[in-house]
Design a protein around this ligand. Structure first.
Ligand code: GDP
Ligand code: IMO
Ligand code: MG
Length: 406
């Protein structure tokens, strides 16, 4: 069988988000011509550090500090103010934002979506999901209900007026048209744009947002986001076939974190969890909320490796684990004494089996090769690699671009 076009590589987070995808995509992006986002919206927060420069991106792809084109795909849901605010902030830093394109198939997140998000959270009471309050869920609901407004619609003033009037939001017509005018140069036929790039041999890197365990279909439902965050979501979110996918790299933190509600079997409610939070500066980029922290979860990691069909992995934040006497890895779940799988993660009474490994005292931030890691850190990394079942591309040992062991 002949391959029809050039393939694109994917980077996805394989836990509950905030694995460090942004900084890893930034590093890979130096070898690509384009970085494309396929899903989510400004619920994402992707941090990048290059030298003294620090950026927190929400919707703009994490290749912005490299010399590549940036594409926001049709599977995303995007707030006009959020996008314009981000473009302005980047332009103020002297970054060329004219290379940022958004697909005509992306959906617009309106203020009424954020209001609905907050109202739905309040109505859930103690069952609230802990969303970012950005209107992501309601925007995807509108998309599926066929009452959403696409970026393509923004190019037609009468259509915007008609759809917003039908929606009972006439007051949004003027401000929407004004913002649409500013965004017009960035809106492209997304299918033509991306396939054109692939057909002309350009190297495309696909950037995941959120994490696999937040996937609306395969995550810890209902404590998930409203999009498909796994690698398969890239095909839908960009309008490409599975044959157009090359490598699939899973980014995984050396321990586990989660923001918001929902099951987290390896969570630590004690001072060890506190210590991970402060050593790893585990506070949300978008909401500032403290992240829940726990040991590396091998059951979850294997589940996510399967969901994504990983071909390689990257471990992040290994430096955070320096100074612990011993490190736990959750290697199994049990329910009433019998083995359980990740699908049971939220069942009350779930127990975990923990394997202990020796910790290390050395500061890892200056290590630049995996083989150069101190023996106990190397043993931990090799154990995680065996669990994931795919080779490691690199291990990050600090937030700055160069703090990588390869
Ligand atoms: P993303 O959503 O997956 O892009 O991750 P976030 O940017 O939300 O969260 C990752 C956080 O960890 C950010 O504050 C990064 O600057 C930081 N970070 C990334 N890699 C490392 C690392 O190897 N070591 C340390 N100490 N911090 C890191
Ligand atoms: P990045 O790309 C971590 C979580 C929220 C909440 C749930 C639903 O930075 O890894 P939503 O607003 O999407 O309806 O919230 O999903 N969540 C994230 N957690 N990182 C993210 O993105 C997240 N995006 C959504 O905290 O639990
Ligand atoms: Mg994040």
């Amino acid at each position: 069988m002949n391959k029809r076009e050039n393939t694109a590589d994917i980077v996805v987070g394989i836990q509950w988000g905030d694995e460090g995808k942004g900084r890893i995509v930034d590093w890979y992006a130096g070898r690509y011509d384009m970085v494309a986002r396929f899903g989510g919206g400004d619920n994402a927060g992707h941090s990048i550090e290059v030298g003294e420069e620090k950026l927190a991106l929400r919707i703009v792809p994490s290749g912005v500090m490299q010399n590549c084109e940036l594409f926001i795909g049709g599977g995303t849901v995007v707030s006009l103010d959020g996008l314009l605010g981000e473009l302005d902030a980047l332009a103020q830093r002297g970054i060329d934002v004219s290379r940022i394109r958004i697909s005509d198939r992306a959906h617009v997140v309106f203020p009424y979506h954020a209001q609905a998000d907050k109202a739905s959270e309040a109505a859930r009471g103690d069952r609230s999901i802990g969303t970012t309050g950005r209107g992501i869920g309601p925007a995807y609901v509108d998309k599926a209900a066929r009452s959403g407004i696409q970026f393509a619609d923004l190019l037609d003033e009468a259509l915007v007026a008609d759809k917003l009037t039908f929606r009972g939001s006439r007051d949004l017509i003027e401000p929407t048209l004004e913002r649409a005018q500013r965004l017009r140069p960035h809106i492209v036929d997304g299918v033509d744009y991306l396939h054109g790039a692939l057909e002309s041999g350009r190297k495309v890197l696909i950037e995941g947002a959120q994490g696999s365990l937040l996937d609306v279909g395969y995550g810890t439902y209902p404590y998930v986001t409203s999009s498909h965050t796994i690698a398969g979501g890239a095909c839908i979110g960009l309008g490409i076939g599975p044959s157009a996918i090359g490598r699939i790299v899973g980014v995984v933190k050396a321990y586990t974190t989660r923001v918001g509600g929902g099951p987290f079997p390896s969570e630590l409610h004690d001072e060890t969890g506190e210590r991970l939070r402060s050593a790893g500066a585990e506070f949300g980029v978008v909401t500032g909320r403290p992240r829940r922290c726990g040991w590396f979860d091998a059951v979850a990691a294997k589940y996510a490796a399967r969901l994504n069909g990983l071909t390689a992995a990257v471990i992040t934040k290994l430096d955070v684990l320096s100074g612990f006497e011993r490190l736990g890895i959750v290697t199994g779940y049990r329910l009433n004494g019998a083995p359980a799988g990740f699908g049971q993660a939220g069942v009350p009474g779930l127990e975990t089996e923990i394997e202990w490994m020796d910790g290390w005292q050395e500061d890892l931030r200056g290590v630049r090769s995996i083989a150069g890691l101190p023996p106990k850190a190397l043993a931990y990394v090799r154990r995680l690699e065996t669990i994931l079942g795919v080779p490691l591309d690199c291990v990050s040992v600090g937030p700055e671009r160069s703090q990588l062991a390869v």
